[in-house]
Each structure stands twice: as structure tokens, then as C-alpha cells.
Design a protein around this ligand. Structure first.
Ligand code: SR1
Ligand code: MG
Length: 399
């Protein structure tokens, strides 16, 4: 067995060739490292006929910071296994894992080169009518089939244990729920919004609600989450979308995955007036609101149908309980969407939707909209019982 070493492009090439039949005997292979994410190495290995695969290797530290931020390479196992599980529940919207090598923390997977990253497309003003319905299916299938509605107590507990992901969860615990609400050295805050960011550090009412959301993140193992469903983890083209990058996966609150996606659509929403001319901004915002409405409506409808027809546990078959459960998922989703809006504005990991706004004043206006909307969603999540009320709130808060 080969011991762990950090891959060169040649190592990635050999790894891909060894573990796939795809390239054939006489292929001329080449490999290039092109990862620009926060944590890992990502190589594309191609042959001279245009066939290609991706090799992703976990580094023993966070790539965006360096060796001073050590991280367990076990996250590659978590990523491979989450993608494999989610691939069983929703193969059409999950990137395919072809091979995982634990000793090397390396995953061989399909290359989505016919797809683009959703965030980059939204920042360019591209829209996709199928985004919400396909992501609703992905979320409903992956979250339902890994939950207590389907798994017996002992099987579920074994799964929870298998996906304990302490280091990556700690990153989320810190970056989502702690750093934005104090003067933390990891934060990056643009000068024009510093006064508003400082108010977050004193906002005890908001901090109390964020504490409740954090407590749930720590202690509500409802389903096997992807754990990082932002618009950089979604690849999309004219027909389909596929989810990648599941290294933050663990058993947590269902609303965290749903809310992360909602939050990212809303980040683009608040950025539109800074990214586009007024008419295009208005059009794109209308598109995003429609997608948000559809995402929740289709997720809720599919999840309800699954609860009604596939629930194994007799107590959980109670339909009143199931309605209550879904209502709570909506409230949780809105809260986590609010946290995502705030942490992407004043925390460590910013997003291109806001960063690509070249005019500093317009960017600050968009960032302030993100903070106000994030706060409103967190504070009002328990009383926003319908998605229509949420969409009205979005429009009111962001004028
Ligand atoms: C140090 S990791 C920063 C962020 O990148 C990942 O994609 C997660 O969203 C994480 O919070
Ligand atoms: Mg990622």
C-alpha cells in the first residue's frame, strides 16, 4: 500500500490511470492541478482523445491558509462516502465517485467539464429554469433516505458515528455562528460596512437566536447532510445540475443544507443591483425569487410524499407530526440562510457574488442588504410560516 504523500500532477495521472479503464492502453495522458478551493488539491487528468477524470486529494492542512491550519485528511473519506451515499439516493444530481484510496486520501471522480460552476454563472447573469426543481429533488432524496423516517435506531446511530466529522464541523461552527458576531481576526470586513459589522458584535438579541441555531447544528442529527451546499458546490448546464464537494458532510439538521442553498441564492439576489444594469438586475432578482419559491415548494412536496409513503417507524408515520416536522425544517432553513448571508459578508469566506462588484459603494450597499436580510430571516424564522411571506420580507428588507 502506498503511503500518503502530496500528489504531483504525475502522481495524479498514475492514480487515475491505475484506477480506471477509461483511458485505454495507448492513451497519452496529461495532468494539471487547477483547484482554487479553500482546502484541497484538484487535478484534471486527460488523454489525447478528450476523455478526462478528476483526482481530488485532501491536504493535511487548509490550502487557503497553509500548514499553520492542520486538518485531518479523513475528510476525503467522509467526502467519498457522502457522495457515494447521496449517489445511491439521487444519482442524477450527485457527482460520480469512481474510486477512493484511503491511504492517499485521494478520490477519482467523473469530470463535469460539460458543466459550469453555478456561482460563476449567476454572477454573469445566466439563469437556469431547472435549478430549483432539480436541487429540490437532490435535497429531498438525500435527506429523507438518510433520516430516522427510513433508518432503524441502531442503523441510524451507526451512520451518525461513521460520519462524525469534528474538524470540518468545527470550521462551520466557528465561521457561521461565532466569528461574525465578534471582532475575530479571521474576519474580513470592508471598511465601508465596518460600523454595521460592529453592531453585530453588540446585538444580543440576534446572538441569542444564532446561539439556538448553533446548538441545533451541534445536536440535531436528522440526516446525512452535504454540509456545504453553496453555489460553488453545484455544477450546472442547460439540462442538469450535479453536486460536488461533500467533505463537510455529517449528520445534522436538514434545514442546514436547504438553508445554505437558499442563502446562496439570496446572496446573489442582494448583489444583483451591484452586478448588473437596473433592468437586468430586476429580471435576475425576479428569477431568483421564483427559484426560491419553487425550491421550497418542490422540496416540501417531495419530502411530504416520501414521509407519507416510505416512513418505516410506526410512530413517525403520524401525519400531524410530519407536518410539524416540515414546518420546523422551514424555520431552520430560514435561520441558516440568514447565517450564510451574514457570514459570507463579514466573515472569513467571502463570495464572488459580492466581491465581483467593482464599485466599492455599490458593494457596500449590497453587503448591507445581506446583513439586514440575514438578520431578519434569523429573527423572524419562527413566524414565517409560508414561503410567500418570506419572499415579501426579502423584497421589503432589501429595497
Ligand atoms: C476554511 S474553509 C472556508 C469555507 O469554504 C468551504 O467551502 C466552506 O463553505 C467553508 O466555510
Ligand atoms: Mg468546497
Amino acid at each position: 500500500m502506498t503511503a500518503y504523500h502530496i500528489f504531483t500532477p504525475d502522481d495524479a495521472l498514475r492514480f487515475a490511470d491505475q484506477h480506471s479503464e477509461l483511458f485505454g492502453d495507448h492513451s497519452k495522458l496529461s495532468a494539471v492541478e487547477f483547484g482554487d478551493g479553500n482546502l484541497n488539491l484538484v487535478f484534471r487528468v486527460s488523454n489525447d482523445k478528450g476523455t478526462s477524470l478528476i483526482v481530488k486529494q485532501a491536504l493535511p492542512y487548509a490550502r487557503c491558509v497553509g500548514e499553520s491550519w492542520p486538518l485531518s485528511t479523513d475528510r476525503a473519506r467522509i467526502e467519498a462516502e457522502v457522495l457515494q451515499q447521496h449517489g445511491r439516493f439521487c444519482p442524477q444530481h450527485t457527482v460520480e465517485v469512481l474510486h477512493f484510496e484511503p491511504a492517499l486520501s485521494a478520490i477519482l471522480m467523473e469530470d463535469l467539464k460539460q458543466y459550469q460552476i453555478l456561482r460563476s454563472e449567476l454572477v454573469k447573469g445566466k439563469t437556469f429554469a431547472h435549478l430549483a426543481s432539480q436541487m429540490a429533488t437532490y435535497l429531498a432524496q438525500t435527506l429523507f433516505y438518510s433520516s430516522d423516517f427510513v433508518l432503524s435506531g441502531p442503523v441510524k446511530k451507526a451512520a451518525v458515528a461513521r460520519f462524525i466529522n469534528p474538524e470540518l464541523c468545527l470550521i462551520t461552527e466557528d465561521l457561521f455562528f461565532t466569528d461574525p458576531y465578534c471582532n475575530h481576526e479571521r474576519n474580513t470586513i470592508h471598511a465601508l460596512i465596518l460600523p454595521r459589522a460592529r453592531q453585530l458584535w453588540q446585538d444580543e438579541a440576534l446572538q441569542a437566536e444564532v446561539a439556538a441555531l448553533k446548538a441545533d447544528f451541534l445536536s440535531k442529527p436528522q440526516a446525512l447532510l452535504h454540509g456545504d451546499v453553496h453555489s460553488g458546490s453545484i455544477f450546472i448546464n442547460a439540462d442538469n445540475c450535479k453536486v460536488i464537494d461533500a467533505e463537510f458532510g455529517f449528520y445534522g439538521p436538514i434545514g442546514f443544507d436547504v438553508g445554505s442553498l437558499l442563502g446562496n441564492l439570496l446572496l446573489n439576489y442582494v448583489a444583483c443591483p451591484g452586478l448588473f444594469a437596473p433592468a437586468q438586475a430586476e429580471q435576475q432578482q425576479a428569477y431568483l425569487l421564483e427559484q426560491i419559491r419553487e425550491l421550497w415548494q418542490q422540496f416540501a412536496s417531495q419530502f411530504s410524499q416520501l414521509m407519507a409513503s416510505e416512513t418505516q417507524d410506526s410512530a413517525l408515520q403520524n401525519s400531524r407530526y410530519q407536518q410539524h416536522f416540515l414546518q420546523q425544517v422551514l424555520a431552520d432553513s430560514l435561520g441558516y440562510a440568514g447565517c450564510e448571508l451574514i457570514r459570507r459578508t463579514v466573515g472569513l469566506a467571502h463570495v464572488a457574488d459580492l466581491e465581483k462588484i467593482t464599485d466599492a459603494k455599490k458593494r457596500a450597499e449590497a453587503e448591507l442588504r445581506a446583513i439586514e436580510l440575514g438578520r431578519a430571516l434569523i429573527m423572524q424564522r419562527a413566524t414565517l410560516a409560508q414561503m410567500d411571506a418570506v419572499l415579501t420580507l426579502v423584497q421589503q428588507v432589501t429595497v
